[in-house]
Design a protein. Structure first.
Length: 107
């Protein structure tokens, strides 16, 4: 699919250390998706608004994105308090903005 005619692909096996570093990286995205849908269900139940598949899917996507990328960005900037101060407000703002978009669309 990505191979270009006349050019060989450069493939390399991941080392044991690289495998260990990437182990469980998908977990942040999965947990974020579950929390996103859970929040959507709670808010819809509390406000007596109808739930839609679009709203649930959108909330899962936003949750996965903000959790997965947010965790990676916080870790990449050193983690701890400094990483959270640098990236947590941006992730919360993204989540809030996405919720407003979902609400405006009627999902």
């Amino acid at each position: 699919m990505f191979e270009q005619p006349g050019r060989s692909m450069q493939l390399a096996k991941l080392s044991g250390q690289e495998m260990k570093e990437t182990e469980g990286a998908f977990l942040n995205f999965a947990i974020g998706a579950v929390v996103g849908v859970g929040g959507y269900v709670l808010i819809a139940s509390a406000t007596d608004t109808p739930m839609t598949w679009q709203g649930a899917g959108f909330s899962a996507g936003v949750g996965a994105l903000t959790s997965g990328l947010g965790g990676a960005l916080i870790g990449a900037s050193g983690g701890g308090i400094a990483g959270n101060v640098a990236w947590r407000p941006a992730m919360l703002a993204t989540n809030f903005g996405a919720a407003q978009l979902r609400k405006a669309r009627g999902w």
